[in-house]
Write a protein that binds this ligand. Structure first.
Ligand code: DAH
Length: 343
C-alpha cells in the first residue's frame, strides 16, 4: 500500500509536468485529487487494512494529498504567469509614445468674469437676486423715471414682444430688477446684485451686440450716502484689478439715480500713459451708478424720507474685453472654437 501511494504520487507529478493548458490541467485534477480520483479511492481502502499498518499508510496518504494539491496550485500560478508574459511579448507596450490629448471643456470668458464679479460682491455682503428677462414697459422704464415718449428712451433701443395694455419687452438693462428686489425684500435693508442677460434692438457691430450681460447692484438702508457708494465701488475695483488701481468718478445722468456718475479705472493696458484702447485718455469707463432716485425708492415701496440707497450697473463683457484685449464683441456669441479655446 505504501508503494502504491508513492507510485501514485510519482506518476501524478510526472504527468503534471508537461501540462500548460487549462483543459488538461482540469482533467489531471479530476483524475488524481478529485472527489472520486485516484487518491480518494486509495484512501477508501484504508479501512480494510490491518490496524498496525493503518497509521503509517494514513500519514503517507495525507502527505501525498498535500504534495499534489500544492503542485496543482503552483502549476496554476505558473500558467497565469506564462500567459501574462506571452501577451506582453505579443502586444508590446511602447511607453515612450506620446499620449493622446483629451479635449477639455472650459469656462466661457463671459461666465468666468461673471463668476469673479459674483465672488467679489459676495465677499462684500451682496447676495444674488435673479429677476426676469422678459419685462413690462412699466418695470423696465416707467417705474425707473422713464415715462412713455420721453427722449431718454433713445438710450435703450428696445425689442417689444407684445403690445397689450401692458407692453411687454425684453429688458434693455438689469435696472428693472431694482424695483422687483425692493418690492420682494421690503421693509428690510437691501444689498443685492442682479446679474443677467439684456437685449437691445441695435445694429450688431464690433462694439455692440443685441444681447449682452449686465450686473446691477442695489443697496438700500438708513443713512446710505454718496461716500458709501464711492467707497464701495473703489473697493470693488481694487478687488477686481488689484490694490493699486487708480479710479475716478465723473458726473453723468441716469433718470433713475440722482446724482449719477460713471466710474473709470486707470487704463489697464497703458497704465494711464495713453493708448488706442483708452483712446489716449488713460482711463477706461467700467460702470454707471448713482444714488437711487427718491421716486424709484417710492416705486419700490421705500419711503425716501427714511431710506436711501445706491445703485450701479456694469457690463461684464466689457470688463472681459479689456482684460483679455478682445477687440470685437461679436466673438462672445459667435461659437467659434478658435476663440473659445484661448481661455
Ligand atoms: N441701466 C444702465 C444702463 O443700462 C446702467 C446703470 C447706470 C445702472 C446707473 C444703474 C445705475 O443702476 O445707477 O446703461
Amino acid at each position: 500500500m505504501l508503494d502504491q501511494l508513492n507510485q501514485l504520487r510519482d506518476n501524478a507529478l510526472q504527468e503534471l509536468e508537461p501540462i500548460w493548458d487549462s483543459a488538461p490541467l482540469e482533467a489531471w485534477r479530476v483524475k488524481y485529487i478529485g472527489r472520486k480520483g485516484a487518491l480518494a479511492q486509495a484512501m477508501e481502502q484504508l479501512g480494510a487494512l490491518p490496524k498496525a499498518e493503518r497509521g503509517a499508510v494514513g500519514k503517507l496518504a495525507n502527505e501525498v494529498k498535500t504534495a499534489l494539491e500544492s503542485a496543482f496550485a503552483a502549476k496554476t500560478g505558473q500558467m497565469q504567469q506564462r500567459a501574462l508574459s506571452e501577451s506582453l511579448e505579443s502586444e508590446p507596450l511602447d511607453v515612450t509614445l506620446p499620449g493622446r490629448p483629451r479635449a477639455r471643456g472650459r469656462l466661457h470668458p463671459a461666465t468666468a468674469v461673471m463668476r469673479e464679479i459674483y465672488r467679489i460682491w459676495g465677499d462684500m455682503g451682496f447676495q444674488i437676486f435673479r429677476t426676469r428677462e422678459v419685462e413690462t414697459d412699466e418695470m423696465n422704464f416707467q417705474l425707473l423715471n422713464i415715462p412713455r415718449f420721453h427722449p431718454a428712451r433713445d438710450n435703450w433701443s428696445t425689442f417689444y414682444i407684445a403690445d397689450s395694455d401692458q407692453r411687454v419687452l425684453l429688458r434693455t438693462h438689469t435696472s428693472p430688477g431694482q424695483i422687483r428686489a425692493m418690492r420682494a425684500l421690503h421693509p428690510n435693508p437691501i444689498r443685492v446684485i442682479l446679474p443677467g442677460m439684456c437685449y437691445r434692438y441695435e445694429q450688431i457691430t464690433a462694439r455692440s451686440e443685441i444681447q449682452f450681460y449686465q450686473v446691477e447692484g442695489l443697496a438700500v438702508g438708513h443713512n446710505i450716502t454718496f461716500a458709501d457708494l464711492k467707497g464701495t465701488l473703489t473697493e470693488f475695483a481694487r478687488r477686481l484689478y488689484g490694490e493699486n488701481i487708480q479710479t475716478r468718478f465723473r458726473a453723468d445722468h441716469f433718470p433713475f439715480t440722482e446724482p449719477s456718475m460713471e466710474m473709470d479705472v486707470e487704463c489697464i493696458i497703458c497704465h494711464g500713459a495713453g493708448c488706442p484702447v483708452c483712446k489716449q485718455t488713460g482711463w477706461l469707463e467700467i460702470l454707471g451708478s448713482g444714488m437711487v432716485h427718491p421716486d424709484v425708492l417710492r416705486n419700490g415701496g421705500y419711503d425716501p424720507a427714511e431710506w436711501s440707497g445706491f445703485a450701479f450697473g456694469m457690463g461684464p463683457q466689457r470688463i472681459a474685453m479689456l482684460k483679455h484685449r478682445i477687440d470685437d464683441i461679436r466673438y462672445f456669441w459667435g461659437n467659434d472654437l478658435r476663440f473659445l479655446e484661448q481661455f
